[in-house]
Design a binder for this molecule. Structure first.
Ligand SMILES: [Zn+2]
Length: 288
């Protein structure tokens, strides 16, 4: 029943094999040139909620916003990244057409162009709406921002926020997943069993998404046959498709990816506290 209602967790654009290879080479050269010390890896991302509604449909409460930020902060704690928002800056847009925006649609572009709160180089624009089609949300990748800043951010099905109606996807983990894309992560099943997969060494390749609550004792699930013995399918990773209460992990490799992507494409997020040293470390930033 639930999977029929919410058939696709995520509509985030999939990179082609060529684009993946190009990004991988860029990241390698960035890492080789970067002097970003792990002690500098602390960042608070200003988050702006833009709630698109159709009258009473789609309204989000202050408690839901606070709970969503708390879920993001708990999930991203191992990365050194936190999130904060200002209740006075919350935007509500009552527009039945925008409320039903589809991924990549003119409605999406018009809505974002009109209602983006702040410069996407410095913050996260977090939209809620009801796209339909079983979609839980989508995000733009970091490399997309420079060429198309108006579209930057995440769009979430309103029912996915904590306390929402999209059970079992209503504990806030969909936002953790979409913000993962927004910070440069791919799905753990990216490319299926075709190398380089998600190009993260410690998330073993698996042939497709896992749903529900796959058993820990039933490994290796759909792990690709090339995996060494003893390796486990990443069934608790935030970048898989399992239920919200089954997701609890970003790997070290994913955290490395996030920081490289921030360095390459989102260095405007860095706060005044660490800007000086971090900018020097990022001076070698390359462009896509
Ligand atoms: Zn996704």
């Amino acid at each position: 029943m639930t999977e029929a209602l919410y058939g696709r967790r995520c509509a985030t654009h999939e990179l082609s094999t060529g684009d993946l290879a190009r990004m991988s080479a860029l990241e390698d050269s960035f890492r080789a040139a970067s002097r970003m010390e792990s002690s500098l890896r602390a960042l608070c991302i200003k988050t702006h909620f833009i709630h698109v509604t159709d009258g009473a449909q789609g309204r989000i409460s202050q408690t839901q916003r606070e709970d969503q930020i708390a879920v993001l902060n708990a999930a991203y704690a191992p990365t050194g990244i936190s999130f904060a928002y200002d209740e006075d800056m919350v935007v509500e847009v009552d527009n039945p057409d925008f409320y039903r925006m589809g991924h990549g649609s003119l409605r999406e572009r018009n809505c974002k162009t009109l209602h983006q709160v702040d410069d996407p180089q410095k913050c996260l624009n977090f939209y809620t709406a009801a796209p339909g089609g079983g979609l839980l949300g989508w995000a733009t990748f970091p490399y997309m921002m420079e060429g198309d800043p108006a579209m930057d951010g995440v769009v979430m099905l309103d029912g996915t926020l904590p306390g929402g109606t999209a059970a079992p996807y209503n504990l806030g983990a969909t936002a953790v997943h979409e913000v993962g894309h927004w910070l440069g992560l791919y799905h753990t099943f990216q490319g299926g069993c075709v190398p380089p997969g998600d190009d993260v060494a410690d998330t073993p390749a698996h042939s497709g998404p896992n749903y529900g609550k796959p058993s820990d004792s039933d490994q290796p699930h759909n792990l690709c046959p090339t995996a060494p013995a003893g390796v486990l399918c990443p069934i608790h990773n935030y970048m898989n498709y399992v239920d919200d209460d089954w997701m609890n992990e970003f790997t070290e490799g994913q955290i490395e990816r996030i920081w490289a992507q921030i360095g390459m494409f989102r260095s405007g997020l860095l706060t005044a506290d660490n800007r000086g040293e971090a900018e020097a470390a990022f001076a070698s930033a390359v462009s896509w």
